[in-house]
Design a protein around this ligand. Structure first.
Ligand code: NI
Length: 136
């Protein structure tokens, strides 16, 4: 059920907010405020080391010696956190791997950092997401 409440803002801050939501294509302020609140709750869950979900994205050169083996080895060390992995051969040299993870935030960060730090990984990113509610 939706509930209404009103917010008082300085004119300048409201103008900035309206510009922000226009750029992002929001149709109204309410949806933008809801998203900002959810984003903050997700941030909190990660900060408090809660159970979260995330996506690790890796772009790497599979010709790099031992890299594929190392990535697989690390994933097996943390297999309980990994929900699924998708591998895409981007071109002759490069692979994209997308790993969906679920579990304790600190362990997920550890797993992501280990893979991202490997030599030959050109671009690595952990997208921290969640539901904004505690996962059970
Ligand atoms: Ni590949």
């Amino acid at each position: 059920m939706l509930k209404r409440f009103s917010i008082s803002l300085e004119e300048e801050l409201l103008e900035q907010f309206d510009a922000y939501i226009r750029e992002r294509g929001y149709v109204n302020r309410s949806e933008a405020v809801r998203d900002l609140i959810r984003k903050e709750f997700i941030h909190e869950e990660w900060e408090q080391d809660g159970d979260v979900v995330g996506v690790v994205t890796l772009v790497y050169n599979h010709h790099q010696s031992q890299l594929q083996e190392k990535i697989t080895e690390i994933q097996h060390d943390y297999y309980t956190l990994i929900t699924s992995t998708t591998h895409v051969h981007m071109d002759h040299h490069n692979c994209l791997e997308v790993i969906i993870v679920k579990g304790r935030a600190s362990r997920i960060k550890e797993l992501a950092e280990k893979m991202i730090a490997l030599r030959g990984v050109k671009n690595g990113k952990l997208t921290m997401t969640s539901t904004g509610h505690h996962l059970h």
